[in-house]
Design a binder for this molecule. Structure first.
Ligand code: GSH
Length: 230
């Protein structure tokens, strides 16, 4: 079987999605830390939009997490992470799009960057960026609470799908901020889902494989190149 490699930086939310899907499918893979090479010609040759993750499977190279997740699910044996049922699959894709458009931008790009990534580099938080995101995050949490409040174990029912592995990393990192810690107790069904996910063997194995927490050095550039402004 050809080698599978994930390239990215260790704390990337989208890298976490890709690595959890590979872990769930029990696909042996290695991780290549691109932190020192982010934005270099070598990185851009693999991902012209200057992002991560990138998946390499033998001579096949792929970027964009939703494409990677679906490819991994279909290319390898193991528990299927995309429902066969048309409407369930549509619902899963709705969650993936919602993470890309609402959960990741407000939880990570706005709050987690301002509360953790920038301060760890000695860059002060911009309170306006945090304040802009909080009402939008409340909407996202209310949506999760409503969807999970019908006794469902996972977002689409009794088994995890790509939807769960998409939602987990953004909500995990936001949960490390003081804003996340004060908001989450208002959403008990969502908190139970988080506990269920964190207890899942896939997530435990994935977290155990992560390196110790370290600042994201190349994020100094984000403060100049793509920090939200209000
Ligand atoms: N649409 C992309 C988004 C990937 C993305 O935004 N990744 C972030 C890390 S979570 C990144 O590469 N940031 C690097 C940078 O902005 O320099 C996907 O789905 O893979």
């Amino acid at each position: 079987m050809p080698d599978v490699v994930v390239l990215g930086f260790p704390r990337s939310t989208f890298v976490h999605i890709a690595r959890m899907v590979l872990t769930h499918k029990q696909v042996p893979h290695t991780f290549r830390d691109l932190e020192p090479e982010m934005g270099s010609a070598a990185h851009l040759a693999l991902h012209p939009f200057n992002r991560v993750p990138i998946l390499q499977h033998g001579d096949f190279t792929l970027y964009e997490t939703s494409a990677i997740a679906a490819y991994v699910d279909e290319a390898f044996d193991g528990p299927a992470l995309q429902p066969k049922d048309l409407r369930a699959r549509a619902r899963m894709n709705q969650w993936i799009s919602a993470v890309n458009s609402y959960y990741y931008p407000y939880m990570i790009y706005h709050v987690s960057h301002e509360r953790r990534v920038f301060p760890e580099l000695g860059i002060a938080s911009d309170e306006k960026v945090v304040a802009h995101a909080l009402p939008k995050i409340e909407v996202g949490l209310a949506v999760l609470e409503r969807e999970l409040g019908h006794g469902k174990d996972y977002l689409l029912g009794s088994d995890p799908t790509l939807a769960d592995f998409y939602v987990l990393p953004s909500t995990y990192a936001f949960g490390l901020t003081k804003e996340g810690q004060s908001m989450y107790p208002k959403y008990p069904a969502f908190c139970r889902w988080r506990e269920r996910m964190e207890a899942h063997p896939t997530v435990r194995k994935f977290r155990a494989a992560l390196p110790p927490h370290a600042p994201i050095e190349h994020a100094r550039q984000w403060a100049v190149s793509h920090r939200p402004k209000y």
